[in-house]
Design a protein around this ligand. Structure first.
Ligand code: ADP
Ligand code: ZN
Length: 670
């Protein structure tokens, strides 16, 4: 009997299984014309899925056992060659399925099978594509800026990572703008990534005002249609500058010449669910594959990036001074031990606020806790309002008149009296809503604006509030970290940090690094123009090394001492981590699963397996959460172990009882 060979299509599908699936070509399909990366619809487990054609293979299986693909959706690959290469790398590195990764790379409408053509509305003008008619001149550069720009220009058409470390207000944006101009002159396009809340009208305005080339914005506030139109404009080469948040790193760009990551240390570049990637790290790989330079700009580099600069893998460019006439703000610590506070505010801080307001300057108060009060408690019996699904305290929100769980979003009515003993309940602690109320009492003649997630839910509302601040409509600004980052408020001369003590004693080994970054970012809002700025920090721990080092020295000094600690304890960037997470309604299910995963792994001397142990937050939304941490001295060792283990995990039967995930280079342990 002769064995018949037939040609089949290998298809990547957006399912967790890490392999290709075999299908017969659709009827009437000319397989010679198929290129890897075109979309194909196929039947899969009684559903119809869109996947990607990856290549041809031969099979000797009886044809009856194979299903037939339904339809080829594209003539040309939907993913350009460089994005296909990047997806393959990312799937390998993050150990996700290639089909999943490729789907994530596409805008939603393309995931759903729509064609990459511009929508009918918008009078021939591309939606999401904006062209400017103003023209703003280049600023005259200072020496540090000049040197930075020259170094980057030299890296034209060559892979090189630059760390542009510039204190807040040192003119990093001006460096970006002038570097962009010189790459545009070489007819190249430029991709700029900014943090989620960094894409403010102010930032964008500076780009519009400088360039006359078409520019595309990609962020979560866009409609899917606008997002696709932006994607098309970038792919066709019509748009020369593409600015976007995390997922914009996957935008196809014609003749990409430069990538810029602004605020590279920002956590929003890490996707924490589904396909768990770090956009900065993906960007570095993309620059590497495309042989182009990439700039990581920040005042407070992540220790990972700083370490790579220290060992000369990245080239460091410094802007040590504020640009123009501005100088760095003066720091003051208010020791609030034994002081009488009025709802969290010290007399010294209130006095400073009065002085600055009297000079017609703006004052910004930072408190990273939204809501009115984080605890609702009974003084008689000790009852505390707890979320039943998370075992965590619920925050009282005055605006909503409800208790709100910040972990699972559960809400409930505020009990009128203690649910245990019927005594009166008290609100303990301070959130932004309460701060607003206290300040209104002290400064009734001044207008107060609060910026936090509760206050900016509506589309366009943050833009509106920021514009009101710029125009001087409000004199007192209250905010969470939304207000801390990137904004340029020329008239803000006082920044008050109401309470940061919690962050000094975080259980996460990255806690202090984050805290230092946030402190400097917030402080950086003060005194950005001619008027000098002051920063006041209220604390019960005035002698804490973080506060001492930050104010007497620099971020660099502080970061260096953190790096020494990390080295001693074998933590990143001197080690590599991967975290398996599992959650289930029964704790046993989660720990059984992780134990099985652990048993699949070959132990070795340079790799530790820690756990399974309960997550720092052991229960959320009713599910028990466990984790298994892998810690290796070498990235290679860790990657090899994961590559060997992942296919075996797919065979664990009890995995259907848990929700599980793998996070390579986790940034948060929760
Ligand atoms: P960063 O991005 O480092 O926080 P920006 O680029 O926002 O700093 O610059 C801060 C301020 O300094 C802006 O108002 C900017 O116009 C101004 N600036 C930047 N470079 C110069 C320069 N060379 N001369 C004068 N002013 C400058
Ligand atoms: Zn909850």
């Amino acid at each position: 009997m002769t064995v018949e060979k037939s040609i089949i299509l290998q298809i990547a599908l957006p399912v967790p299984l890490r392999r290709y699936f075999d299908y017969l070509p659709p009827i009437d399909c000319d397989i010679k014309t198929l290129t890897p990366g075109v979309r194909v619809t196929v039947p899969f487990q009684r559903r119809e899925l869109i996947g990607f054609f990856m290549g041809l293979a031969e099979t000797t299986l009886p044809l009856l056992r194979l299903k037939r693909a339904l339809e080829i959706l594209d003539q040309e690959p939907i993913l350009s060659a460089d994005l296909l290469q990047l997806s393959l790398w990312a799937a390998d590195y993050y150990h996700d399925s290639i089909g999943n990764v490729m789907m994530n790379v596409l805008p939603t409408l393309l995931r759903q099978g729509k064609q990459p053509i511009v929508g009918k509305r918008s009078n021939g003008l591309l939606n999401g594509l904006l062209k400017n008619h103003l023209s703003e001149e280049n600023l005259i550069l200072n020496n540090a800026q000049k040197q930075a720009i020259e170094a980057i220009q030299m890296a034209l058409d060559r892979f090189q990572v630059f760390l542009l470390e510039g204190v807040t207000g040192s003119g990093k944006t001006e460096v970006y703008l002038q570097v962009i101009q010189s790459f545009l002159n070489h007819n190249q396009s430029i991709l700029v990534l900014v943090p989620e809340i960094g894409l403010t009208p102010q930032t964008i305005q500076r780009f519009y005002a400088r360039f006359s080339v078409p520019l595309v914005l990609l962020h979560s506030g866009l409609t899917e249609r606008a997002r696709l139109n932006g994607w098309i404009a970038a792919k066709s080469g019509h748009a020369k500058i593409i600015i976007g948040t995390r997922s914009a790193i996957f935008t196809p760009c014609q003749n990409l010449g430069l990538i810029i990551i602004d605020e590279e240390h920002d956590l929003s570049f890490k996707q924490q669910e589904g396909f768990r990637y770090h956009a900065r790290d993906i960007a570095i790989m993309r620059a590497h594959f495309n042989k182009i330079p990439i700039i990581l700009g920040t005042a407070t580099p992540s220790l990972e990036t700083l370490h790579k600069a220290n060992i000369n893998k990245f080239q460091k460019l410094c802007l040590p001074m504020r640009a123009g006439k501005a100088s760095l703000p003066e720091f003051n610590i208010i020791d609030i031990r034994n002081q009488t506070l009025d709802q969290g505010l010290s007399q010294s801080l209130l006095k400073e606020i009065t002085i600055h307001l009297a000079r017609n300057e703006q004052v910004m108060l930072f408190l990273n806790r939204r809501g009115f009060a984080p605890v609702l408690m009974c003084h008689a019996c000790g009852y505390v309002a707890i979320c039943k699904r998370c075992d965590k305290r619920m925050t009282y929100h005055h605006q909503l008149e409800r208790l709100h769980c910040h972990h699972c979003d559960a809400q409930k009515k505020v009990p009128k009296q203690c649910e245990a003993c019927r005594e009166i309940l008290h609100f303990l602690g301070m959130g932004t809503e309460r701060l607003e109320m206290v300040l209104a009492k002290y400064f009734p003649a001044h207008s107060i604006v609060r910026i936090d997630r509760d206050n900016t839910k509506q589309k366009g509302s943050i833009e509106k509030l920021l514009a009101q601040i710029q125009s001087g409509e409000h004199q007192i600004l209250i905010g969470t970290q939304m207000l801390a980052k990137g904004h340029h408020f020329p008239n803000v001369t006082l920044v008050g940090i109401v309470d940061m003590d919690g962050g000094l004693f975080s259980h996460d080994f990255r806690g202090l690094e984050r805290m230092a970054q946030l402190l400097l970012q917030v402080s950086g809002r003060a005194g950005r123009m001619e008027k000098p700025g002051k920063v006041f920090i209220q604390t019960h721990h005035p002698d804490h090394p973080l506060l001492q080092q930050l104010f007497s020295g620099s971020y660099q000094q502080f970061a260096d001492s953190l790096l020494c600690e990390r080295k001693e304890s074998g933590l990143p960037p001197f080690a590599y981590l991967a975290l398996f997470r599992a959650e289930a309604y029964q704790m046993q299910h989660a720990s059984d699963f992780l134990n099985q995963v652990k048993n699949l792994m070959q132990p070795c001397a340079s790799l530790h397996i820690l756990g399974p142990i309960p997550a720092p937050m052991p229960r959320r939304a009713g599910r028990y959460r466990m984790q298994l941490l892998l810690q290796a001295e070498e990235r290679k060792t860790l990657q090899k172990l994961l590559t060997d283990t992942m296919p075996l995990i797919e065979k664990i039967k009890s995995k259907s009882r848990v929700r599980w995930s793998l996070d390579v280079d986790p940034l948060e342990m929760f």
